[in-house]
Ligand binder design. Sequence first.
Ligand code: DER
Length: 257
Amino acid sequence: DLVEQSKRSAAFAAVDKHVLPSVRVLGIGSGSTVVYAVDRLLELKNNNQLNPKLVCVPTSFQSKQLIADAGLQAADLDDLPILDDAQGGFTSIDVTIDGADEVDSELNAIKGGGGAHLREKLVANASNKLVLIADYRKDSQVLGEKWSKGIPVEVSPLAWRTITRQLEHMPCMQKGSRLFEDEHPVANLRQAVRKAGPVVTDNGNFILDVCVGNIYDPPAVERLFKMIPGVIEVGIFSNMASEAWFGNSDGSIVCRI
Ligand code: DER
């Protein structure tokens, strides 16, 4: 169908552009779009177009399974040496390819629709380059325009009710400027579908999906939410991605840098 085809087009184009034989360490995101990216990696591997020493860094149980099923070598983030001091002295991954729930005109992204954003942000942070891949439904000017399920926020199960209340009392204005649209945010505990009770992340935490309407200042909202005790990671990736590849419904591909 059109959406899956557009995911696949974006994924193949991004892998072909970035996973050159010179790439030694590749971060693999989570979700349904990166499945196509790994499909393309397998094709390149079978055509001997990958670095024979390539290692892939997973961002979830799901992505570790994708890596293993493709016969690629997995590596743990902290077992990797730093690449070079020029990049700030802490990055160990050449490039990470990951999906997104929505991307704005400045390449800020909402992530965490698949509940993997903590490890995804750890891997993205350790990468010299973060390349997002998505179908046309994720291509927005302002975060919140199209993604209506809220900002995924990973929280400690010990205080999720208290954190819910605190999130729902977050001021939408700061120093005279509006950070997000809704005066009264709503934070919903993400319930599991194939398990009774709430979703429990790979890290043993809960997820609150926080609906705030449009997000006019993603970095400020990310900082504001992150300061709440018990918030473990916020599904806003501000100023992290260097490119976003979108598959369009007409089969064309667009890359936003
Ligand atoms: O959970 C995540 O962060 C995923 O990367 C999500 O943002 C994208 O998942 P999708 O490719 O299935 O839309």
